[in-house]
Ligand binder design. Structure first.
Ligand code: HEC
Ligand code: HEC
Length: 284
């Protein structure tokens, strides 16, 4: 028991090495927060940081993100650690509200308990903003929150990703960054009519990404995807936003680079590249 617990403590710390503050939960939480890209969705264009109100256009209508500052009335200041872990891992609020998958808990569900608790420590340390949430404007039947339990039965499995035999720690770290924290699939994977990710075409590109724009295939298919890219091409893009042809990414990916991937350690960017280039290539 003792040995097992020690191992659990040591592994994530080793993974976070390079962030320079491995022992402090708030500093570790900041790294998790950046890798998971929470700020973009939860901050309105000219609004207070993390106070919500950003409009997210989707085929189902317009979502307005809630306040996740520690304000006790309008934010998540009154939440326990268990409330927070349940919201992130199961998509269920402290009062039993079932969340829409526009909140990518469908990816965050794979986060470790340690990362979730550090993330909460970081959020708790941010300034509270007393700003009320605004309602979503959704088209029926998507506006009907009561349909979500059925949706979840069909399309959602909660919990951490199982260990893949024969894969090394770098690959596992890359998978964790891509699938859980970075939620790359939420944009790069096509969705079915009910808005669930099509797992058979994971990262195979989507005609209807956020704001209705197409999102490219990032599997290593030689023509349809990034099969001709070297690992260095991928890490350079994640660090700088520059594509191998010298252009810069736009369309939401610039935000991902600026707020998330440019802030990761070089080791973590290399792990993302190794994982992406190990995926089964998906054709057009
Ligand atoms: C793609 C946009 C997006 C990203 C990225 C995102 N969220 Fe959200 N989040 C939402 C939306 C939309 C909702 C509202 C869901 C609903 O009403 O069913 C939400 C709801 C929440 C809630 C519930 C708040 C409440 O008052 O009930 C919490 C907590 C939360 N998000 C935390 C986070 C954290 C922490 C991160 C980063 C790890 C994050 N979110 C990243 C869109 C996002
Ligand atoms: C908010 C939606 C969104 C998320 C989340 C997202 N991407 Fe992207 N990504 C895009 C869009 C849109 C483009 C195309 C940008 C353009 O056309 O300039 C893109 C482009 C790319 C490209 C360049 C592909 C090419 O052929 O040009 C790579 C590589 C990439 N993303 C990797 C990632 C990784 C890795 C993650 C997770 C850490 C991620 N993306 C998360 C929307 C997203």
């Amino acid at each position: 028991m003792r040995a097992a617990r020690a191992a659990w403590l040591v592994v994530p710390l080793a993974l976070a090495s390079g962030s320079g503050a491995a022992a402090d939960p708030v500093a570790r939480g900041e790294y998790v927060f950046d890798a998971a890209g929470c700020a973009g969705c939860h901050t309105a264009p000219d609004g207070e940081r993390l106070a919500g109100g950003r409009a997210l256009e989707t085929p189902f209508g317009t979502f307005r993100t809630p306040n996740i500052t520690p304000d006790p009335e309008h934010g998540i200041g009154g939440w326990s650690d268990a409330d927070f872990v349940r919201a992130m891992r199961e998509g269920i609020g402290p009062d039993g509200t079932v969340y829409f998958p526009a909140f990518p808990y469908t990816s965050y569900t794979g986060m470790t308990e340690r990362d979730l608790l550090d993330l909460k420590a970081y959020l708790d340390a941010q300034p509270a903003v007393a700003q009320a949430d605004q309602p979503h404007e959704l088209d029926a039947p998507y506006g009907w929150r009561f349909l979500l339990p059925a949706w979840r039965l069909l399309h959602f499995e909660a919990g951490e990703l199982p260990e893949e035999p024969g894969r090394d720690p770098q690959w596992h770290r890359g998978r964790y960054l891509v699938r859980a924290l970075g939620h790359c699939g939420e944009c790069h994977t096509p969705r079915n009519r009910l808005g669930a990710m099509d797992e058979d075409r994971f990262l195979g590109g989507s005609e209807a990404g956020p704001e209705g724009r197409p999102v490219p295939n990032i599997t290593p298919h030689p023509e349809a995807g990034i099969g001709s890219w070297s690992p260095g091409d991928v890490t350079f893009l994640l660090e700088t936003g520059m594509l191998p042809d010298g252009d810069f990414v736009g369309g939401g990916m610039n935000e991902v680079v600026e707020a998330s991937t440019s802030r990761l350690t070089p080791e973590d960017r290399a792990a993302i590249a190794a994982y992406l280039l190990s995926l089964p290539p998906i054709g057009p």
